[in-house]
Design a binder for this molecule. Structure first.
Ligand code: HEC
Ligand code: HEC
Ligand code: HEC
Length: 122
């Protein structure tokens, strides 16, 4: 091999390595947002259902430190409530579960399902 080709190969290898290393760093940043590990639901779900946490992590709720339980703890009169690893939860919280924090939007929901859809779409 001529010196020129040797030099070019060396140069390209460094370029590819740098590009790859930067790509890896970005992947890690996206994959590991900061979760509140003192939340018992998060602590276990990080391991078992990371996909659900990614969705949750993107939302305003995790930024505002709203816990999983704030939405999923089953109300006493909710027939969908069941014991899940020692916690009474529901899988599908209805708008009633949002009322304590979003009373205006839930009042609107009761009048117009469209207003609720607009709220959820944000
Ligand atoms: C010890 C581990 C563990 C803890 C603690 C835990 N979960 Fe889970 N959760 C799981 C696993 C595993 C699954 C998937 C299998 C299943 O449905 O049990 C799951 C499933 C779910 C589901 C879907 C259930 C379904 O039938 O589709 C919801 C909702 C849920 N968890 C919410 C919570 C909430 C809210 C908390 C905290 C109050 C919590 N989990 C605490 C392990 C855990
Ligand atoms: C702001 C309210 C809210 C918070 C906070 C919240 N959830 Fe949910 N979750 C819901 C609603 C509403 C549904 C019903 C399905 C849907 O609309 O996505 C749901 C559905 C689920 C499901 C079943 C549906 C699926 O995608 O498989 C699981 C599992 C779950 N949540 C786990 C969690 C865990 C774990 C946390 C905490 C990290 C959490 N949720 C925090 C509102 C919430
Ligand atoms: C414990 C309080 C709490 C509960 C319960 C709660 N939220 Fe929230 N929610 C917040 C906070 C805090 C924010 C972020 C600040 C804001 O935008 O108002 C937020 C933001 C939102 C946003 C984004 C609004 C925007 O401005 O972009 C939506 C949509 C939303 N919540 C839907 C729901 C739904 C649906 C439920 C019930 C399943 C629910 N929330 C339950 C506290 C809560």
């Amino acid at each position: 091999m001529s010196k020129k080709i040797l030099f070019l190969t060396f140069f390209m290898t460094i370029l590819i390595t740098i590009t790859f290393a930067e790509g890896m760093q970005e992947t890690q940043l996206i994959a590991e947002p900061e979760y509140n590990m003192s939340d018992p639901c998060i602590a276990c779900h990080v391991a078992v259902t990371p996909g659900i946490l990614t969705g949750y992590g993107k939302s305003k709720h995790i930024e505002s430190n709203v816990s999983c339980q704030a939405c999923h703890t089953a109300h006493e009169d909710d027939p969908t409530g069941f014991n899940h690893n020692g916690f009474e939860i529901t899988v599908i919280p209805s708008p009633k579960y949002c009322e304590q924090c979003h009373s205006d939007e839930v009042a609107q929901y009761n009048n117009s399902k469209h207003a609720w859809a607009a709220f959820m779409g944000q």
